[in-house]
Structure formats: structure tokens, C-alpha cells
Ligand binder design. Structure first.
Ligand code: A2P
Length: 273
């Protein structure tokens, strides 16, 4: 089992499959991350808001892996926006994680009503220059927010992590990201494990390949060029979600899955995870 690496616009790479950790608490996340690392996962996604950075850090430490073999992502939310607040925020995250740096640091939400994401981004640029965040990016940003960063700051975000699944394909975001060299990271890539997994089109394609619905959906993300961070607490499903490179989908199948889009955005742009 393995994962491809996707190039970022800053010269680094990101493992294409990562482990989502919301809404696991410290104790549970430690168990799940430990299992995931044993299975071969090398990319773990957390956030201050999830309240589980310490558990992630404990699993990373216990893994005994060289630091540079793991890709650890965290996100700073509202209280860390504006002026230099992100400096202290990241130091606190690093202390909880037990790390000297994160591989990727994200602004969790743009929070346009606070109007502080531009100054926060400038602080992120400094954190990257200081080596505390090797790559920097954003989450839940709309193209208009990215336009504003492009106009007022100098570093293009390496990624925009957004909710994305066959039910919510967000073609406008994806096109913008492609045009500007921003990698799309899909969170809730399985549609939060609901109806999507029982969708007849998905079931038909899964049956044709002798794969599970989740594997077909994740393969669609990979073939679309996205990074995906499915969450599972279950060892068998963690394994399944990491066995994606030994089968492929036809162009027709990819189009049929994309056609499941129900359009629209999501209110988790401002809340949720
Ligand atoms: P569980 O943790 O019990 O495996 P998303 O990443 O889109 O938010 O989806 C997460 C949800 O999907 C969780 O409820 C998770 O439940 C479920 N899930 C994760 N992987 C699979 C899988 N391979 N098959 C079925 N359900 C899955």
C-alpha cells in the first residue's frame, strides 16, 4: 500500500491520501493515528479547533518514524487571526504536537466579517520564512478571498482545503485552484459517510471493479488531481481508504461520478470542520 505525492507550488510535495481526524478526541486520535501510520499513512490532518493535537503528537512520537517521513497539517482558527496572533498560536500548536515545525499550516476559515485573513496570511509568510511551517495554505476560502490574497500579499497558498465530494464538486473552486497553482485538498471526501456511499452509480462502479464504494469515491478524488483526507476510526476502513492505486476508473466512470454533483456551497464554510 502506498500513496502518491502531489507537487506543491513551493517546491515541496504532499502525500495524496491523508488521514482526517475530526471529530476524534485525544485518546481516540492517538489510537487511530498509530494504526494509520502502521498501515502506511504518512499525512495526518488536525486543527487547533479539533482539540486533538496532543493525541496526534503522541502517536507521531510513538511511531519512531524520522520526522521528515511524516506530513503533519494543522489549522489556526478565529482567535489566531489578525496582527501577530498566529505566532503564538502556532507555538502553542507545536508544543501540543511535540514538534519543531508543521509541514503545512492553514488558515482554518477566512471569516470575512472579521476582515483579518490578509494580515494573518502575512504572519503565515513570516512563519514559513522562519521554518516553523514548511508550507502554508488556507481552508474554506472562496475564489474572491484568494483573489484578495493575490492582490495584497506575495505568497500564493500551496493548498485550499475545502469540503468536496461527488455530491459537491465545486467546479468553480477547482478551476480557480488549477489556474493559480493551488492544490485542492478535499475534506469530507466521502460525503461524511452518508447517502453517497449507497448511491446507485457508485455501487454499480464499485461492483464492476470488485471495490468498495469508498474506494471508488476516493479514486475519483485522486484521478481529479485532488488530495483527500478521509476520516475513519476503524482499522478495516482505514486500510480500504489507503488501497487506491491498484485499480483505475474509466473516463466514462469519472464523468458519471462527477455528474452526481448537487451543486451549491455549504454552510461549513463558516463553521463545521
Ligand atoms: P468510521 O470512522 O466509523 O469508519 P468523511 O471523511 O467524508 O467525513 O467521512 C467520514 C465518515 O465516513 C465516518 O463516519 C466514517 O466512519 C465513514 N467512513 C470512512 N471510511 C469509510 C469506508 N471505507 N467505508 C464506509 N464508511 C467509511
Amino acid at each position: 500500500m502506498s500513496t502518491d505525492n502531489v507537487p506543491l507550488n513551493d517546491g515541496r510535495t504532499i502525500p495524496q491520501i491523508g488521514l482526517g481526524t475530526w471529530p476524534l478526541d485525544d485518546a481516540e486520535v492517538e489510537r487511530v493515528v498509530t494504526t494509520a501510520i502502521e498501515l502506511g499513512y504518512r499525512h495526518v490532518d488536525t486543527a487547533v479547533r479539533y482539540g486533538n493535537e496532543a493525541g496526534v503528537g503522541a502517536a507521531v512520537a510513538a511511531s519512531g518514524l524520522p520526522r521528515d517521513e511524516l506530513f503533519v497539517v494543522t489549522k489556526l482558527d478565529g482567535p489566531f487571526q489578525g496582527e501577530d496572533r498566529a505566532l503564538k498560536g502556532l507555538d502553542e500548536s507545536l508544543a501540543r504536537l511535540g514538534l519543531d515545525y508543521v509541514d503545512l499550516l492553514l488558515i482554518h476559515w477566512p471569516l470575512p466579517a472579521q476582515d483579518q485573513y490578509v494580515s494573518t496570511w502575512r504572519t503565515f509568510e513570516r512563519l514559513q520564512a522562519a521554518g516553523k511551517a514548511l508550507s502554508i495554505g488556507v481552508s474554506n476560502f472562496k475564489p474572491a478571498h484568494l483573489d484578495r490574497l493575490a492582490a495584497e500579499t506575495s505568497v500564493v497558498p500551496a493548498v485550499n482545503q475545502i469540503q468536496l465530494s461527488p455530491y459537491l464538486t465545486r467546479d468553480d473552486h477547482v478551476a480557480y485552484h488549477r489556474e493559480h497553482g493551488i492544490v485542492t485538498v478535499s475534506y469530507s471526501p466521502l460525503g461524511k459517510g452518508g447517502e453517497l456511499l449507497a448511491e446507485p452509480t457508485i455501487l454499480r462502479i464499485a461492483e464492476a471493479h470488485g471495490r468498495t464504494p469508498a474506494q471508488v469515491i476516493l479514486r475519483w478524488h485522486l484521478r481529479s488531481g485532488f488530495v483527500a483526507i478521509p476520516k475513519s476510526s476503524n482499522e478495516q476502513r482505514l486500510r480500504e481508504n489507503f488501497e487506491l492505486y491498484d485499480f483505475d476508473l474509466s473516463d466514462e466512470e469519472l464523468l458519471a461520478i462527477s455528474a452526481l454533483d448537487r451543486g451549491g456551497g455549504t454552510d461549513s464554510d463558516l463553521k463545521g470542520h
